[in-house]
Design a protein around this ligand. Structure first.
Ligand code: SAH
Length: 231
């Protein structure tokens, strides 16, 4: 796969200009010269063959070739609502969520979550773009505003909704069809409270256990995402 670059501006017409970190990478890391081929995407679906035509000091000009209608999405919407872990683990989680095809990430606020641990959304967006460049996704994972568990429970009725909780029901008993949307909730390090678990069940969610060990929340997220996408 040739190098992939992301255009913040929607791609229209036959030319484009890249600035910021994308231009920096081409100019100073790749040391690319006019004629350098690349793939460009704008996160709204599809990708474009492109070629570098001019190097500025901090921008590059591109000629845009044909659009290829390539999507690397699941045939269902996949929402991950998760109490984000701290520091570097946040970046790691976002990267893996993008790779595994999560379509929407909701930073989740729960009774036991640590308020304000989310990094600035501009940083999180950057992680999403970097991971999408690497894994070939042409649609960006959507980053929703932080939500309280109660708000989440009142939505998403059009998907199968699964809450990971130690001691929850067996995954094998879930009925998942191949195109049904999936919404997953993972709790903070302190876990969901008994009251929260009762509320989710009341709201029609399924609770699922992921084995007899207590997993870090990002491990639990990856295990559950993998299970619902491979099913
Ligand atoms: N201290 C908590 C565990 C928190 S782990 C307790 O003992 O209950 C953080 C989150 O990861 C949990 O809220 C849950 O969503 C998920 N998780 C971790 N291990 C799990 C397991 N074995 N089964 C299901 N979910 C798990």
């Amino acid at each position: 796969m040739p190098d992939r670059y992301y255009s913040v501006e929607p791609i229209r017409g036959t030319t484009a200009t890249l600035a910021g970190s994308e231009a920096h990478h081409l100019l100073h890391v790749m040391r690319a010269k006019p004629g350098h081929p690349l793939v460009l995407f704008d996160g709204q679906g599809g990708e474009y063959q492109a070629e570098l035509t001019h190097c500025g000091r901090s921008t590059v000009e591109l000629r845009i070739g044909p659009k290829l209608d390539i999507e690397r999405e699941h045939p269902f919407e996949l929402t991950l609502a998760i109490a984000l872990p701290k520091g570097d683990r946040q970046r790691w989680l976002i990267e893996k969520a993008v790779e595994l095809g999560v379509s929407r990430l909701v930073p989740l606020r729960t009774a036991r979550s640590v308020a304000g641990s989310e990094q600035a959304s501009s940083k999180l967006e950057r992680y999403i773009i970097e991971a999408s460049k690497q894994c070939g996704r042409n649609r960006l994972m959507q980053l929703a505003p932080p939500q309280k568990l109660a708000e989440l429970l009142s939505q998403e009725a059009s998907s199968i909704r699964i809450l990971a909780h130690p001691g929850g029901g067996p995954f094998a008993e879930l009925k998942l069809n191949s195109t049904e949307n999936r919404t997953l909730a993972i709790g903070p390090e302190g876990g969901f409270s008994d009251e929260e678990v009762a509320q989710t069940i009341e709201a029609g969610w399924k609770t699922v256990g992921l084995g007899s060990r207590i997993l870090r929340l990002e491990t639990a997220a990856l295990a559950l995402i993998s299970a619902v996408v491979l099913r």
